[in-house]
Design a protein around this ligand. Sequence first.
Ligand SMILES: [Zn+2]
Length: 282
Amino acid sequence: MKPYTVTQINKNTWQIAEVYHLPAALPMYLIVGEKRAALIDTGTGMGNLRATVEEITSLPVSVYNTHAHLDHAAGNNEFDSVYMHPEEEVRARAGFPVEARREFVELKCMYDPKTDDLLQYMNQNMQVYDPEYYIYFVEDGEEIDLGGIKLTAILTPGHTSGSMVYVDHENKNAFCGDALNPRSSIGMFPGSPTVETYVHSLERLLALTPDVERYFVGHRLYSFSKEDARDVLACAQEIVDGAAGEPYPMVVSRQGPVWGRIHWHGGKRITFREDYVKNKQK
Ligand SMILES: [Zn+2]
């Protein structure tokens, strides 16, 4: 069984995804230049991702993480060079236990019989993540030259402090990880940025990507239009302006939920914790 679906998006871009109980999924993106390739995120580490990548390209591949959560960076060990924003290093070094990742995938599969093969594969192949490896840093504004195609890194703090969006201006694509998704989570863990910071990040992202037509989001196989991205910004702005939202279990695990609140705008949702709405006044 193949744990990943592979979909070509344009001449030099592929989506490689872990597909759970749809619409839940975990997309990664491979952008292949003339000299090298960039793999944006590595998923939960449930299988041999490198083999799937090598079926597409024989060029050297560097990983660029959108952020270092267990569902985006746990496959990093399979690759020779890994880049992330310096703020993410602490999470990458803290490690991603096999049990936590198994639980993550099981919860996303929601007992859907279509995912039985994936679950069986995952249970047999989930890789141990070794947090001791060399991490290269990528900074805000950096251009990643793949030969004939470039990605620009845009720091977009909100979901995490070092969340990066990688933009391919030529093809009008942005790869957003959890910086943009249909249910953006802000304030999941202590020390996270606030919704107010997220508003500034999205305003800046939209200002820096007037040409972008597709914002590939976290946890779904599809992309957002600019209008969809503006809906998320409006949703965040309403929270900063005082929208209270409703109670919502932000993080679900066998230890029980971490409760936050949820607010909707134009079909987009943001979950947040009340003490992570506004920045503290200095
Ligand atoms: Zn995340």
